[in-house]
Design a protein around this ligand. Structure first.
Ligand SMILES: NC(=O)c1ccc[n+]([C@@H]2O[C@H](COP(=O)([O-])OP(=O)(O)OC[C@H]3O[C@@H](n4cnc5c(N)ncnc54)[C@H](OP(=O)(O)O)[C@@H]3O)[C@@H](O)[C@H]2O)c1
Length: 340
């Protein structure tokens, strides 16, 4: 009989990042880990699909810290990730807070921080834990000297990371931090309404209508669904103490437009001089994203231009495909519109 495998516990197992970690290890012919996934609902269709593949799916809620003690029990390794937007989207709580004149963005940041602190503290209580990988973001507020103070979906994670480093020194000796880059999947979701260039009337030119700043901002692109597992596996193989910016390549949206042009047989690309509105339908979401863009342009998405020391995956021998390969795998002909 083969000896029991060490247990990897994955937060957010039904989501993009956690799901990628589970899928990566499930796809390995000699998977070194037994896998346990955490979800708020083990009876959901996604949880059941993972359970059918041999993943032990257990209930756990980042807002109920004690539930994490049983969910993390026996772990040799933990991947910690949560989702800022779940709390942010709670319309009832938001209504109550705003009626009292409270800042919902800041409250959502504080909740994000609290959820990750709960993950960190619960991980610190696992006696046999050998490795912890935490998904975090750069502290856009602190690193910009307060200039970009409203990118709450970055800041809350960074505050929790600092908390862990300062308050859980024993856990931190086993910890690496992953800054997941800007999702390539954003090109497939609602944000594509802003990012995706359009073909001109003759279909010979791809036109990018993103104002002055955005086309030239360099982003660390990461396919969250395909790449997070590769990155976390690489961090688990490496010595702890790493802070990695998970990305395939740093490219501007103009660079990406050139990649797309090839795929839709356009011979030219152009940046439109038309005025552009980044209204995302919710002032807080728009402001949060504007601060992310400003911070990324001036200080780097991961804050490296403000002295935040982060490592590229290749430095740890982690190899990811090119951004172009991801674009080649999607069907753009049906997604790219033609200018009216
Ligand atoms: N979009 C980007 O470009 C980008 C880039 C880097 C980082 N991020 C950040 O990444 C985070 C989202 O990660 P993702 O894309 O993997 O999210 P996702 O696909 O929306 O999945 C969220 C996961 O978190 C779990 N979850 C949510 N609330 C929970 C709670 N209270 N207790 C336990 N589990 C909970 C969900 O599980 P159940 O529903 O099964 O309970 C689900 O598995 C966000 O904070 C976002 O800001 C985004």
């Amino acid at each position: 009989m083969s000896p029991e495998k060490p247990l990897l516990v994955v937060c957010g197992a039904t989501g993009n990042q956690g799901g990628s970690v589970i899928n990566y290890f499930l796809s390995q012919p000699s998977n070194p880990y037994a896998l346990r996934g955490i979800t708020r609902d083990p009876s959901s269709a996604k949880s059941q699909a993972l359970a059918a593949q041999g993943v032990e799916m257990v209930a756990g809620d980042f807002n109920h810290p004690l539930s994490l003690d049983s969910a993390f029990k026996g772990a040799s390794a933990i991947f910690g990730v949560n989702d800022f937007w779940v709390y942010f989207r709670n319309a009832e709580k938001r209504g109550e807070a705003e009626a009292k004149g409270e800042n919902w963005g800041a409250l959502s940041r504080d909740n994000d921080t609290q959820e990750i602190k709960s993950i960190i503290d619960a991980a610190s209580r696992v006696p046999a834990l050998e490795r912890f990988v935490l998904a975090s973001m750069a502290n856009s507020n602190k690193l910009s000297g307060g200039k970009y103070a409203e990118c709450y979906h970055f800041e809350g994670k960074a505050i929790a990371e600092d908390y862990g480093r300062q308050n859980q020194p024993e856990l931190w000796k086993k910890t690496s931090v992953l800054y997941v880059g800007f999702y390539l999947e954003n090109y497939l979701g609602p944000m594509s309404a802003f990012f995706l260039p359009k073909l001109n009337k003759t279909k010979s030119c791809l036109v990018l209508n993103l104002g002055d700043l955005l086309p030239s901002v360099s982003w660390p692109w990461c396919a969250a669904i395909d790449d997070t597992g590769v990155l976390v596996a690489g961090l688990l193989r490496s010595l702890p103490g790493q802070r990695v910016i998970g990305n395939r390549e740093w490219l501007t949206m103009l660079d990406i437009t050139k990649i797309l042009a090839e795929l839709v047989d356009a011979t030219d690309v152009e940046v439109s001089s038309e005025p552009v509105s980044f209204d995302m339908g919710d002032t807080l979401v728009t402001t949060d994203n504007m601060h992310m863009i400003g911070f990324s342009a001036e200080f780097g998405y991961d804050g490296h231009l403000a002295g935040n020391e982060v490592t590229e995956p290749s430095k740890l021998g982690i190899s990811l495909p090119s951004v172009k390969e991801w674009f080649q795998q999607q069907d753009w002909a049906s997604k790219i519109q033609t200018v009216e």
